[in-house]
Design a protein around this ligand. Structure first.
Ligand code: ME8
Length: 652
């Protein structure tokens, strides 16, 4: 059977801008929806591009003393490079200055003109120069521009108009009869509200004397077509409209994604244009919310625009993509702060997902010689492994539904819940206890079931984090980690027992929140810290003096340990000899904490130990590791773990 097709678009962004967080968001959203749909076996086409005509481009080029085409040929690369960097896998990138687009715009204009859908008239109204927009007398606010409040000029100018008003009744009926056409529902209601006022005809031209950088009207060489009549057409010119009927029929109708700023142009102008052209309506026009900076709108004039490149440099591409998708409830506004990013990253990716992989790989290493064990027969029919797998498979179904009904963040949350359930499953099954039993069956089933769960969750998250999830799947010994097969997302026992597993290094190293101003430092009381080695401040790029790169840090193995015994060392007033339990292993550590803790206060504390330090002798007593502590002035406190966690856990 031919798979159902799925054509998704982003707005074509103004080429004069630098790509910012908002552009990145819509583009990643389209990319994730496209990748998810591909994952679930649909035939997908994903289009993005740039809007390259208009006054601002003309002025910017004039300022630089170059022609507008040369100017846009340069600036478009900022978008193309950003999308490459963001792992956007668009099938096409359309520029409105390309001949393939301009020719179609002109043909549509000529056709509508010939059929009387476009007419010439004298325009008499108010014009705001900075906003480049016309207003009627009624639109004005205290005689000024309703948008920016600045004075407006009276303009009388001959122009061309599209008979949009003729489609008002039809459009209202269409919207009412097709609930999936404009989403979310409140945006549909907003459009219907807009359509309660009489719809004006749309001015679609500018005289070349005022704006030369546009597509010339084929029936009047003194005019160019203005912004929307040019830009919106990209959605059809890119897929063979009027050129390749089979191709056009394969992809149309589209799913158009955008933010609420350009709702009306998409839900009113575009449907009326398509109706006049005799083309079917888009399947869905979905307007998402704004990314706000804290609670303020992101804007160039406020200087609070987030550059997606900075975020990627700082935290990596995949975590940034994940955050954008998981944090914004589709349709609602969302607040962007670096703190929110770090919180979500640490919670979902470092603690839940990354930790699950570490646990599985290290236990398979420890108990099964690094090779995936075989589950006991029937373990996936009923019992805890089967229950876990059912929850994981339900997350696959949930994610699939969430991409069709635009509730992506809920679908993602369901996958992360499945990851959490797998961590809980490990806690409940206690493979470290199962490992002591004579029958290895339960231990093998536990580890295999956890790996299976991880396999499916990584497959489901691969549209969001393509590279990281391929690394994860490679760590599980999968043969083609980049290729996720849709059937394997709801099928159990796909991993092959006996396959070697290997950790890819820390997949999501924990991010420490930017430190507050206080100069609290972490010290190692049993031995001197290495000179000149400080943790790199978040956001450090490159490797300036005194700053380590992650690989340096990764050499230090930190683990939790429970203090089982503590005693003074004769003749050494500052030192205590501690006996600690780190997982199954007992160690002796000498720590310089006697002035700050009494031995009996220490028993039962779970502390953090540098576990791969070569043993040394302090006052003749061997120390097999080092505790971490924070000290400031006269005070010293041990670094402990927040909440209940068994000893031997990896700290990262
Ligand atoms: O309007 N939050 O282009 P544009 C979320 N060329 N998304 C945001 C955002 C924010 N703070 N800021 C921008 C144009 N966006 C026209 C479109 S389409 C035929 C022509 C995203 O460069 C969002 O997708 O101003 C919004 O709709 C789009 O950028 C506007 O891009």
């Amino acid at each position: 059977m031919k798979p159902e097709s799925y054509y998704v678009t982003t707005p074509i962004y103004y080429v004069n801008d630098k790509p910012h967080l908002g552009h990145a968001y819509t583009t990643v959203l389209a990319d994730v929806l496209a990748r998810c749909q591909r994952l679930f076996g649909r035939d997908v086409w994903f289009l993005t591009g740039t809007d390259e005509h208009g006054q601002k481009v003309q002025e910017a080029a004039a300022k630089l003393g170059i022609d507008p085409q040369t100017h846009v040929d340069g600036t478009v690369q900022r978008f193309q490079e950003a999308w490459k960097r963001l792992e956007i896998r668009n099938d096409d990138f359309i520029r409105t200055t390309e001949p393939r687009h301009k020719a179609i715009v002109q043909e549509i204009l000529q056709d509508l003109y010939d059929r009387g859908e476009i007419y010439r008239d004298e325009y008499d109204g108010w014009y705001c120069v900075p906003c480049e927009r016309f207003f009627t007398e009624k639109d004005l606010k205290d005689g000024n521009c309703p948008e920016c409040g600045r004075p407006v000029q009276r303009v009388r100018e001959a122009n061309y108009f599209f008979k949009m008003s003729a489609y008002q009744d039809w459009l209202v009926e269409y919207i009412q009869a097709h609930p999936e056409f404009i989403q979310p529902e409140f945006r549909r209601n907003e459009t219907l509200g807009f359509l309660r006022k009489p719809l004006q005809d749309l001015c679609i031209s500018r005289p070349k004397s005022r704006l030369a950088w546009g597509i010339e009207l084929p029936f009047d060489r003194d005019y160019v077509t203005y912004v929307w009549f040019d830009a919106l057409v990209n959605y059809v010119s890119a897929i063979g409209y009027r050129r390749d009927d089979a191709r056009f029929a394969r992809w149309w109708p589209a799913i158009h994604l955008m933010a609420k700023d350009i709702l009306t142009t998409h839900t009113v102008y575009w449907p009326c244009m398509l109706k006049a052209m005799g083309v079917a309506m888009p399947k869905t026009i979905f307007a998402h919310g704004w990314w706000l900076m804290g609670s303020t709108k992101m804007s160039k004039s406020l200087g609070n625009v987030v550059n997606p490149m900075d975020m990627m440099d700082r935290y990596g591409v995949d975590p940034f993509r994940y955050f954008l998708m998981a944090e914004m409830v589709l349709g609602q506004d969302a607040s962007f702060t670096e703190d929110a990013f770090i919180r979500r990253y640490n919670a979902d990716l470092a603690n839940d997902l990354g930790n699950l992989l570490n646990r599985v790989v290290s236990m398979v290493g420890k108990y099964c010689g690094g090779k995936l064990p075989a589950p006991t027969a029937g373990a996936f029919k009923n019992g805890p492994a089967a229950d876990l797998f059912n929850q994981v498979a339900a997350a696959a179904t949930g994610l699939k539904a969430s991409i069709d009904d635009f509730t992506l963040s809920a679908g993602i949350a369901q996958v992360i819940d499945a990851v959490r359930a797998t961590n809980k499953f490990i806690e409940a099954q206690q493979p470290w206890t199962q490992a002591r039993a004579a029958d290895p069956g339960p231990l093998h089933t536990t580890l295999y079931a956890a790996a299976e769960s991880l396999r499916v969750c990584a497959g489901l998250l691969s549209p969001l984090m393509p590279t990281k999830m391929a690394e994860l799947r490679a760590a599980l010994g999968m043969e083609n980690p980049m290729t996720v097969n849709p059937e394997e997302l709801t099928k159990s026992e796909v991993l092959k027992p006996g396959t070697p597993v290997a950790a890819p290094g820390a997949l999501f190293p924990r991010i420490e929140a930017p430190a507050p101003a206080a100069e609290t430092k972490i010290e190692t009381p049993a031995a001197k810290p290495a000179e000149g080695k400080k943790a790199p401040p978040p956001g450090t790029i490159g490797n300036p003096e005194g700053v380590i790169v992650y690989d340096d840090f990764a050499k230090v193995q930190l683990r939790t340990a429970k203090i089982m015994g503590a005693e003074a060392i004769e003749g050494a007033v500052k030192l205590l000899k501690l006996s600690v339990l780190m997982g199954d292993e007992r160690r002796q550590i000498v720590a310089g904490i006697a002035l700050y803790y009494k031995p009996e206060e220490l028993i039962g504390k779970t502390v953090v130990v540098v576990s791969n330090l070569a043993p040394i002798k302090l006052r003749g007593v061997e120390s097999q590791g080092m505790l971490l502590a924070a000290s400031k002035g006269e005070r010293l406190r041990l670094v402990t773990v927040d909440g209940d966690l068994s000893s031997g856990a990896v700290v990262k």
